[in-house]
Design a protein around this ligand. Structure first.
Ligand SMILES: Nc1nc2c(ncn2[C@@H]2O[C@H](COP(=O)(O)OP(=O)(O)OP(=O)(O)O)[C@@H](O)[C@H]2O)c(=O)[nH]1
Ligand SMILES: [Mg+2]
Length: 460
């Protein structure tokens, strides 16, 4: 296992800022144990201590005054998160005491770590590949069961294995073609063109599947934005409360109650939905309301799903077509889905409502039909045919790399079809391999790494 060139010791507080039971200051790199020995008084020295041992003692300042009682855990290279020498100082969980210990660590020779630098070193030292390192960041930021589950799967190397199996096949094909080139004088074919074509097509199909999984992956990772729109008094705020199963939004008989937009999140089958209640859409009466209506329109522009709530207690529902058309136009432009929700069915006087596609019948007040609507929202984003165990791409960087790789393979197929020399085909295959290599990190640039790890927290 190679150790990073610049293995100088770095340090950071690894726990959240604030007051808690324990905080951890983490040090990684050359001289990590010597640094601790300069500021720590315990029974033994860390420099000679065995890996994976915990040591009780005190951290002292320059004059030998004690700052805190701590436990230091040490991990010797390469058996640590970063594959370097790592010391973790657990101190009492106060803001000041932790800052003082970090300051001592820096005085003793460590430099402050940049965001994600521990994980970056873990990647550079081969402990994780790039998609796994990214999964660490996703895991920390996951806000829903689905985001959590998909990041754990990616961390375990599921996506990497899939990508490597496709790359392995491409590498075999490229090598065969390149071997042919070496023997070009003899004019031999190491693989029949038919079998080559078939294997390429299979790789393209496998990529298609991965690309298709991104629509689900994005939903898992980022959640779904839902706007609740409709005329004043239709029951939008009541519907928000019913979906949340709590009273968050102000409900009243007076039209125009909601003037601002209110957003809340709710988990449906583990997927995060961000629901936005809006001001009723009509020609506004006063300036504040006008602003609210404008916000409602903007929220609809920014949504994955728009719910048009229609009050069916009177005869008013007949007049909602213009509103439907307006929202349909907004949704059409932004690729969002528009669903109709007939509300107040407890007061409905018309004939039995017909079952229609993308139309739901509910009573936000009594809760009728709310579970069906919740399930409907879930079905809009997670197709019934989706298999839970499929490998899912959750990261747009990965999706773009797969799309580029697929394009190169399509070019390779075309070149073969038009009888071009193996040289061209092999070149396209290599380009495809490079694109896939960006996902696992076999091919990287400084900018790419900077971009990825700068989004991490300091101390991770
Ligand atoms: N009977 C019945 N009344 C309902 C139902 N849903 C909402 N209401 C009532 O309709 C009135 C308006 O509800 P809100 O939820 O405030 O409606 P809104 O669309 O948010 O109204 P604005 O914010 O003013 O645009 C309230 O008196 C609710 O109690 C329902 O399913 N059945
Ligand atoms: Mg309201």
């Amino acid at each position: 296992m190679k150790i990073t060139q610049d293995g100088a010791a770095i340090a950071a507080i690894a726990t959240p800022i604030g007051v808690g039971g324990i905080n951890v200051v983490r040090i990684s790199g050359d001289g990590a144990f010597e640094i601790v020995d300069k500021i720590f008084i315990g029974r033994s020295r860390m420099d000679g201590a065995p890996s994976h041992t915990a040591h009780f003692g005190r951290i002292v300042d320059r004059s030998g005054n004690y700052l805190d009682e701590v436990v230091v855990v040490i991990f010797r290279r390469p058996s640590s998160y970063t594959c370097e020498d790592v010391a973790e100082i657990s101190c009492h969980g106060g803001y000041l005491v932790t800052q003082k210990i970090l300051q001592r660590v820096v005085e003793a020779g460590a430099r402050l770590a940049e965001p994600g630098e521990f994980t970056k070193r873990a990647f550079l030292n081969g402990r994780l590949d790039l998609s796994q390192a990214e999964a660490v960041g996703d895991l920390i930021h996951s806000q829903s069961e689905a985001a959590y589950r998909s990041s754990v799967r990616q961390l375990s190397g599921e996506l990497s294995r899939k990508i490597k199996s496709i790359s392995g096949e491409l590498l075999n094909l490229a090598s065969l073609l390149e071997l042919e080139l070496d023997f070009s004088e003899e004019n031999v074919e190491f693989a029949s063109r038919r079998s080559l074509k078939e294997r390429l097509e299979n790789a393209i199909d496998a990529m298609d599947e991965l690309l298709a999984s991104y629509s689900v992956g994005r939903v898992y990772k980022e959640g779904v934005r839902v706007t609740i729109a409709g005329k004043p008094n239709a029951g939008k705020s009541s519907l928000l409360n019913a979906l949340l199963r709590e009273d968050r939004s102000i409900v009243s008989k007076i039209p125009g109650t909601t003037r601002d937009t209110i957003s809340e999140t709710v988990s449906i089958n583990g997927v995060l939905f961000r629901l936005t209640d809006t001001a009723g859409l009509r020609e506004a009466m006063d300036e504040i309301e006008m602003d609210g209506v404008e916000r409602a329109r903007r929220a609809a522009e920014d949504s994955d799903i728009v719910l048009l709530v229609i009050d069916c207690s009177g005869s008013d529902y007949n007049g909602t077509e213009p509103l439907y058309e307006e929202l349909a136009a907004i949704c059409g432009q932004h690729g969002a889905k528009l669903l109709k929700v007939w509300n107040k069915i407890d007061l409905y006087q018309g004939g039995a409502p017909r079952d229609m596609e993308n139309v739901f019948f509910v009573s936000a007040l009594r809760g009728d039909g709310i579970d069906l609507l919740r399930n409907g929202l879930f079905r809009v984003v997670i197709n019934e045919n989706w298999r839970e165990e499929s490998v899912v791409v959750t990261n747009s960087r990965h999706r773009d790399a797969i799309a580029r790789a697929q394009k190169s393979l399509t070019l390779a197929l075309e070149s073969m079809g038009s009888g071009k020399s193996s040289e061209f085909v092999a070149l396209d295959l290599r380009a495809g391999l490079d694109a896939l290599g960006e996902i696992t990190g076999e091919v990287t640039t400084d900018d790419m790494l900077k971009n990825i790890f700068s989004k991490f927290c300091i101390g991770k």
